[in-house]
Design a protein around this ligand. Sequence first.
Ligand code: PLP
Length: 222
Amino acid sequence: MNLIENKERIFSQVAQAMETANRTDQMNVIAVTKYVGIDQAKALVDTGVRHIGENRVDKFLEKYQALKDEGLTWHLIGSLQRRKVKEVINFVDYFHALDSMKLAQEIQKRASHPIKCFIQVNISGEESKHGFAPEELDALLPEIEALDNLQIVGLMTMAPFEASQDELQAIFAATHQLQKELQKKQLKNMPFTELSMGMSRDYDVAIANGATFVRIGTSFFK
Ligand SMILES: *Cc1c(COP(=O)(O)O)cnc(C)c1O
């Protein structure tokens, strides 16, 4: 494993995907450090990575405590149990997995300042996946809008592991379409300008479909 080479390769592939998509807007690469310990995460930060993502609260806090003075942006990307919200939420710059109203209410209660959140949507309808069904959102948005400690920056989605290229394309395109529709509504505390999608195996397809945050783990550490 050569972290510098991996980082260079990923960032140049991301730049290539942006160019292919004719995009000049801001793209954010989140390095998902869940596979490694603090030393490797620190080594990756030393290569110039600025966004760190973890999917579990205990691992998030461990990395955060060790690296909080590095000027990084901190992403909690995995599902969050309500009872753990108070331990972690005020250290999180972006929370990517808002998937229930009860969780939204708990964040409202425990946050000491507005937290940037992505609403997770389950576009494929896969049962094992977290997230709201798109058709649920219209009814829920007014309730979430009332929670002023949540700033809904956009949508997050995950494609099924076994999705074909065509399915990936369809899922990411549908998520992009939904994001644009929600952005147009101009709801309070809900800019909906961002799209969190794309992992090691599918970030090129996600970038072609408007992703502004990609969450990449495996490719950094192989
Ligand atoms: C682990 C994880 C990723 C990164 O996946 P890789 O395939 O390792 O790039 C992205 N998003 C979430 C929510 C994850 O848990």
